[in-house]
Design a binder for this molecule. Structure first.
Ligand code: ATP
Length: 452
């Protein structure tokens, strides 16, 4: 099975429309680092907001955290990352390209077929130094996952948040990994964002909770528009498990380069809390008031990448369809994720339309991420909004000046409907919340039929 989307086309759309640019591009770019432009930042914020809403806001058993990127270096010794967060690296003796050993399994350089060196272990954590002297005592790491910030705050949160097990702590933030071979656009970068939950449960209930989270997380992607057939679950083989994991599943997505991990959901057991307890001396056990016993909680961790999610949502939304003599390119993004929700498009730049168009714009932008565009023909402007995934366009024409009605045009069906300006906000909100255009509130709205 292969993806219907060509990565080059998507990268080009992202660049052309201002979603994603190579980092420091005027200096030739910095390998595997990316900048999110005006539309990319909106998409990314919407993904994070949707995640936070479903993980924290809509649940009673979750609280949030924003821990610092740099942590006490002993954290990473206790967590096993200093010793274990390593990939085997091989180098091609001919072209000097470096590879992760598992990417060059045939023993020949995947690029030029050259002979490879013996593997040596390479730690993926970025190091930097506190203070003026670059000495070992002052080493700090840029976190390779946000999870450890949650574990070291477990006791603080238990003491203050008035939560009983099972409960979770959610965090969104940057992480850094000195990947040996980064690439595939924003799929694998050296600086990226993670959305992580550490969900603390009573030992013995962990397998059940793991299943629960697998389902929850799969449903989240589907609810936000990813096609089920492009998602799959893959259980890790025993020899593949990370040093902390008792069990682990990947939610894979069918990316343009093939099936690959979108999110990992691991049963971390009591590994992390035990390690930090032993290393710091701070008791990290939990007294269960129901069973009146004390134990170290087990942890289920759904760990998702913001950037990988953004890529999956873009790939899944990308569509091309014949439209008269042209190809209509569109992003069928879920309205919650679309960078711009509503575009205000006066039919032309004619001055007579300006007051009403400006008034509608001023009103709607308070409620929705709204864009105003009066350049070029209306058809071109619809195409531009299609290409950036704007679900709804509002057109103001000369008729509007007489009957105080405007046209709403739907991105996916290209259907159009007339609504009184007084009802515009409600109609848009209803449509963005998933109601079909047909069931708008009564009061004079009627079908215009299809565009063109
Ligand atoms: P991979 O096997 O692809 O290297 P991983 O198993 O190391 O990934 P995890 O440690 O499980 O990844 O990280 C959780 C999530 O963080 C991943 O599912 C992915 O979405 C995201 N992620 C991890 N590494 C990167 C990266 N280098 N660039 C972008 N996202 C990443």
């Amino acid at each position: 099975m292969t993806s219907k989307v060509d990565m080059e086309k998507l990268v080009s759309l992202c660049k052309r429309r201002g979603f994603i640019f190579p980092s420091s591009e005027i200096y030739g770019g910095l390998s595997a680092c990316w900048d999110y432009g005006p539309l990319g930042i909106e998409l990314k914020r919407n993904i994070k907001d949707a995640w936070w809403r479903s993980m924290v806001q809509e649940r009673d058993d979750m609280v949030g955290l924003d821990s610092s990127i740099m942590m006490h270096p002993r954290t990473w010794v206790a967590s096993g990352h200093v010793e274990g967060f390593k990939d085997p690296l091989v180098e091609c003796k001919a072209c000097h390209q470096r590879w992760r050993a598992d990417e060059a399994k045939d023993g020949k350089c995947p690029d030029c077929g050259g002979e490879l060196t013996e593997p040596r272990m390479f730690n993926l954590m970025f190091k930097t130094f506190f203070g003026a002297v670059e000495e070992e005592a002052q080493v700090v790491y840029l976190r390779p996952e946000t999870a450890q910030g949650i574990f070291v705050n477990f006791a603080n949160i238990l003491d203050t948040a008035r939560k009983k097990l099972p409960f979770g702590i959610a965090q969104i933030g940057k992480a850094f990994r000195n990947e040996i071979t980064a690439g595939n656009f924003i799929f694998r970068s050296r600086e990226f964002e993670m959305m992580e939950v550490e969900f603390f449960v009573k030992p013995g209930t962990d397998e059940e909770w793991l299943k629960y989270w697998l389902e929850e997380r799969l449903n989240w992607y589907v609810k936000l528009g990813i096609s089920k057939e492009n998602l799959r679950l893959r259980q890790h083989a025993k020899d593949e498990l990370a040093h902390y994991a008792r069990d682990c599943y990947d939610i894979d997505y069918l990316f343009p380069m093939g099936w690959a991990e979108l999110e990992g959901i691991a049963n971390r057991g009591d590994f992390d809390l035990t390690q930090h307890w032993q290393s710091s001396g701070r008791d990290l056990s939990y007294f269960d008031p129901d069973s009146e016993e004390r134990y170290i909680p087990y942890v289920i961790e759904p760990s998702a990448g913001v950037d990988r999610s953004a890529l999956a949502f873009l790939v899944d939304a990308y569509d091309e369809e014949p439209d008269k003599d042209e190809i209509r390119v569109l992003l069928r993004l879920h309205p919650d994720l679309a960078p711009v929700k509503v575009a205000i498009l006066p039919l032309s730049r004619n001055e007579a339309l300006l007051p009403m168009a400006s008034e509608v714009y001023a009103d709607l932008r308070q409620r929705f991420m709204t864009q105003y565009d009066d350049a070029q023909s209306i058809g071109r402007r619809y195409r531009r909004q299609d290409e950036i995934g704007t679900p709804l366009c509002v057109t103001i024409d000369f008729q509007s000046l007489e009957d105080n009605q405007v046209t709403i045009r739907d991105r996916d069906s290209m259907k159009q409907i007339r609504v009184p300006v007084a009802e515009l906000r409600n109609s848009l909100a209803a449509k963005l919340a998933g109601e079909p255009l047909e069931v708008l509130p009564p009061g004079g709205s009627y079908w215009l039929g299809f565009e063109g």
